[in-house]
Ligand binder design. Sequence first.
Ligand SMILES: [Fe+2]
Length: 370
Amino acid sequence: MSMLFCTPSVFVIGDEYEILLNAKENGILYLEIGGEEYFEENAGVLATERAYARIRVPQAALDEAKRYTVVYRKTVDHKAYFSEMGEPMRRTFAFQPIVKKDDIRIYHLSDVHSGFENAKGCAAYFGDQTDLFIMNGDIAEVEEHEDFTRVAAFLGEVAGGRIPIVFVRGNHDTRGKLSHFYTDYFPANGKDTYFTFTVGPIFGVALDCGEDKPDDYIYGAEYGFKSAYAGINRFAAFRRRELTWLRALEKSDKPYRLAISHICPMQTTARAGCEFDIEREVYTEYSKELTRLGTQLMLCGHIHHPYLILPGDGQSLLPHSFPILVCPTSKRTDDGFVLTGAALTLSEGKAHFAFTDEKKGHLREGELSL
Ligand SMILES: [Fe+2]
């Protein structure tokens, strides 16, 4: 891997790619694609005192070039003037854009909870035929910077820097001492971790519901009436800002329109009235907006077993007009960690889905007309 700590990740956000680079030592990192150079935007200055960068590039540029070169220059001494930087070192990676109009193979994973080895087994389902990965939250909690880089290394191994990834925050990704650095590292628009994306024939709305309990939730007597979040979380305001953003979006004319959210806003829990049954008023509005945007299928995680919710089938707390796949099995047993994901093929206006395990076994499969 030479100067790099791990293989880059190519995230999809908006109509761009955001490429996450990690070096072994502090230095500047930038990209060369099709004769152009691309840098991280830091108001005109490149970061020298860290070993990572995330760089936005137009999808059209990388789709055409189908390769990108990472350039690294080690920081020797960053001074106010006459800084000393190492000579450029380069490494080139192949990229596989989605140029197909149909038959798109997506592997969806969530709730990995640092079970990276298990997740690699699941993610290998389509092998070289994978067109897109969706990583739908709760990949790992964040106590130290290495928690970020471990995720980056995992993504690099799974996607090889070659296959695009939609990466969405889950509630566990909001936990831990360094969780507020998420937006410095993973895809976000400024400080907003909700976004739209277009890739190939797909338009997507990626939502972030934040935590799964109210900001002021107090655990009961068995925990000594302790506050769950101790005043750290401000997700009530965050969700309302997200709703304002959602209301301003325009419907896409892409043939496949997905919504991605770690927590399902319309079924935050299977137990009505419990501590996870929150924000019904706001989430009802999310559902209406997703309908207005022509959502055909929603992909969620968080509840650790795989199932399908159809509109009006009585499983949801709130109404919705589109089917919802809740995909992961994620649990720790005496025999170790068990994980499943969802293999999804979009073809001829239909979505074929299979819940699959680490050995490519099918737990359940089916087809939905979109
Ligand atoms: Fe979760």
